[in-house]
Design a protein around this ligand. Structure first.
Ligand code: QVW
Ligand code: ZN
Length: 337
């Protein structure tokens, strides 16, 4: 068939993907000059954007050897996990000497500042059964001159035109992620717009829209795992989280040069494909644009309202344990007809 000639051959198959109890739809893939890209972004829908050259210098050069040679002498943030999951937590919400109001909590991952050489050597020598590693380092700090030059040569013209067109706020950060194959960032949402640019290797991203809040069971806002789902996708507890099986998600596998738009407040779970080598990603986080209040409100605006209500109730009650019971009393038996 002639029509298959422009179909990209996938270097991965379903054996490289982790297995979950849900089925997912597919995130659409469009060339950067296809008007449907802007339609997706305008309507807060994820989309894989092809041919942007957003991180072209990185796609052409960056690999473990290049990073080792050029990251420089500064320390990098590396997370260690005993499992394949790296579930983030907010240290500021933990109980401690400086925070008597925090939540009693044992972190599931540990953080270590490492020289790039030590990180890459540990990753290369890694054996099954050892702690897994995931480097997550801001690209604004003291990286070496070659990497700074590559960064300067990113396609800022394209990304700035999107920022402008969609009236996003400021670019807040560029993070560099270097991961072992098989690592997972569990399901969570962020409060910013995100262009997620794949540099090396393949990542799968499973996304759920903000209107699936009831299916995703986020931790309370005051919890160190704020914005993260309480559901373990590997082994969902269908008794505690019965609606999770009804969650309707979409998935995307992105490879070098491809950019995924992750809309603000969209849930996402990210995995580096298994047995496909290490991955490198750079993300671009942008503040939301100015709030336009138009009714009916958007689903993500309602999530924001819910967060504010939780924060407000905690502020007046001053005890996290009283928040749930009070909110339950507000609704229980009152709003059914
Ligand atoms: C991943 C993500 C990333 C997920 C990194 C999170 C620390 C985001 O860019 O690539 O593992 O969630 O929003
Ligand atoms: Zn995220």
């Amino acid at each position: 068939m002639a029509s298959t000639s422009n179909e990209e051959k996938k270097p991965w198959d379903s054996s490289n993907l982790r297995k979950y109890c849900l089925n997912f739809g597919e995130v659409p893939r469009f060339h950067f000059d296809d008007p449907r890209v802007d339609e997706c972004i305008r309507s807060n829908k994820p989309v894989i954007i092809l041919g942007t050259n957003l991180v072209k210098p990185a796609v052409e050069k960056w690999n473990l050897g290049y990073m080792e040679q050029n990251m420089g002498a500064a320390l990098n943030t590396v997370y260690f996990s005993k499992s394949h999951k790296f579930k983030y937590f907010d240290e500021n919400k933990m109980l401690g000497r400086s925070n008597p109001k925090g939540v009693q909590f044992t972190p599931p991952i540990r953080k270590e500042d490492m020289l790039i050489g030590d990180f890459i050597r540990t990753m290369r020598d890694w054996k099954q059964g050892e702690e897994r590693l995931y480097m997550q380092q801001s690209l604004t700090s003291a990286v070496g001159t070659n990497i700074v030059q590559d960064f300067v040569n990113f396609n800022w013209k394209w990304i700035s035109s999107k920022q402008k067109l969609h009236k996003w706020g400021k670019l807040t950060s560029n993070l560099l992620y270097v991961s072992q194959e098989g690592n997972v960032t569990p399901c969570h949402y962020d409060e910013q717009e995100n262009f997620f640019a794949q540099v090396l290797g393949y990542k799968r991203c499973i996304l759920f829209p903000p209107d699936q809040f009831q299916c995703m069971y986020p931790h309370p806002v005051h919890h160190p795992h704020d914005r993260q789902s309480m559901v373990d996708m590997d082994k969902p507890d269908h008794v505690r989280f019965p609606k999770f099986k009804e969650a309707k998600g979409v998935e995307a596998v992105i490879g070098p040069g491809e950019v995924l738009y992750i809309p603000i407040y969209w849930w996402h779970h990210v995995e580096s494909l298994m047995r496909m080598g290490p991955t490198i990603t750079v993300n671009f986080w942008y503040k939301a644009g100015p709030t336009v209040i138009q009714y009916p409100l958007k689903d993500h605006q309602k999530v924001s309202i819910m967060r504010n209500i939780e924060k407000m109730v905690l502020e007046v009650l001053r005890d996290p344990n009283e928040v749930g019971p009070l909110l339950r009393n507000v609704v229980l038996g009152r709003f059914e007809d």
